[in-house]
Write a protein that binds this ligand. Sequence first.
Ligand code: S3P
Length: 161
Amino acid sequence: MKKVYLIGYMGCGKSAIGKRLSFATKMPYYDMDTEIVRMTGLTIPQIFEMYGEERFREMETEFLRTFRDEFCIIATGGGVAMRKENREIMRETGLVFFLNAPFRDIWRRISTDRNRPIVQRSTRSDLEQLFNNRKPQYLHGAHFKVETENRSLRDIVDYIA
Ligand code: S3P
């Protein structure tokens, strides 16, 4: 059996969809950020502040390299698909779904969030530019693109399941 990876920008719905997909399929669900927080005993903002973003990116790759549960759903962090090695690991060990949401929906969900260091340090237009820059990598890394605009969570989950 393979893993199911959910990739896409911050606020595209990876966690919400992952949890419901887990309920629907009975596959265990893991959130990469939550696992990294558990392993380090630090919050994501603390990791960025104390060790820097690059070290956080290493932790993400380390997680993908070493995570052993074979049959599960993994909601990745929004930056995970930016590394070639990460994309390769995900494509080799599972099925990768890119959740494509329009930036205005994403902005609505992330603009007031305090737990995402990239949101904290960026303007709306920086975040929109980053979103546009990242999109080709998400598409490149995914086996399937899932449109989320104007669709209920249930509809999206049924489609993936
Ligand atoms: C990040 C996304 C976050 C988290 C970190 C960096 C990114 O995860 O990994 O704040 O670079 O896009 P979510 O996509 O779950 O918000």
